[in-house]
Ligand binder design. Structure first.
Ligand SMILES: [Zn+2]
Length: 297
């Protein structure tokens, strides 16, 4: 997004906040008794539901099918942030819009939760100076993120602190089980190198001893040049790739071209779970591991 475009968005957001303040649009978000929690991406929304249970009402800002790397919040979503108690962010600048939205929302009660705190951040691509943001795709990072959400909920609503602690403990146990399950499954795979659509799986790869041999789009939406395609095809042949991974949030065109030239098939990974009928974090990780297994075992 260029500066002019950012300014336009900013002006739209500002005018919207004026309208929202004057009008008090829409029903109260907490009519069902739960504190409103706005989470940037679906996995974080799931964590907030797991920990908050009946005490929270959770909304996801990046809708199914959209990429968090490019999605811009709508004016009505900024209004929701203006009414929310918690804004749950992944951090590592995945929410490139966060500063502006928080300022526009002008909500003195808002607790902003950066769930990346304390997680070791891996190097990002050229346009990710803060590091690679895909921390949630390794369950041991997810456990840290769940802990931050628990702490913020306790701060917002100390009356239910025991519930938040118990829920976080139970759910973290499920995440530890998931981690073990993936560890033992990946141990049986014969191929450890893969070609990713975009660099979403570096935390996953490091945790489970896999290697991202190539990436099709370093910046999502930016298609590779013919020279890059040729290089990826060469890598795919060298590592004996059975599959090239595409992602449902982006056009599979480049992945299809590379797959055809290297004699591999195209498989779809889904780092957000939007393609799943029940898009919980546990389901999305199991789906992705099953897809990877088709290519690597
Ligand atoms: Zn991504």
């Amino acid at each position: 997004m260029n500066i002019k475009c950012m300014m336009t968005v900013w002006l739209c957001l500002m005018s919207l906040v004026v309208v929202a303040c004057a009008g008090g649009v829409g029903p109260s978000p907490t009519t069902d008794g739960g504190a409103l929690v706005a989470a940037s991406i679906a996995p974080l929304a799931d964590f907030a539901r797991q920990v908050g249970g009946d005490h929270v009402q959770v909304i996801t800002l990046v809708p199914p099918g959209a990429s968090p790397h490019t999605y811009e919040l709508t004016p009505s979503q900024v209004e929701q942030v203006a009414k929310a108690r918690l804004l749950v962010l992944n951090g590592v600048r995945l929410e490139y819009w966060a500063d502006k939205v928080i300022q526009s929302a002008d909500n003195p009660d808002l607790i902003v939760v950066d769930t990346s705190q304390g997680i070791e951040i891996l190097e990002g691509d050229a346009d990710e100076p803060g590091g690679n943001p895909h921390i949630w795709l390794a369950p041991q990072n997810a456990i840290v993120q769940v802990g931050h959400i628990r702490d913020a909920l306790i701060q917002a609503d100390p009356a239910h602190a025991d519930d938040y602690r118990a829920n976080a403990e139970r759910y973290s146990g499920e995440l530890r089980e998931l981690d073990q399950e993936i560890t033992s499954q990946v141990a049986t795979w014969s191929n450890r190198q893969f070609i990713a659509f975009h660099p979403a799986w570096v935390y996953f790869a490091r945790r489970y001893g896999l290697e991202q041999a190539a990436v099709i789009e370093h910046s999502p939406g930016q298609e590779p040049s013919p020279a890059e395609v040729a290089q990826i095809v060469e890598t795919a042949k060298r590592i004996g790739a059975k599959a090239i991974f595409a992602e449902l949030q982006f056009s599979p065109k480049a992945a299809q071209a590379i797959a055809e030239e290297s004699g591999a098939q195209v498989l779809f990974l889904d780092p957000l779970g939007s393609s799943l009928e029940d898009p919980t974090y546990l389901n999305l990780m199991r789906y992705d591991v099953a897809q990877m297994a088709k290519a690597l075992q």
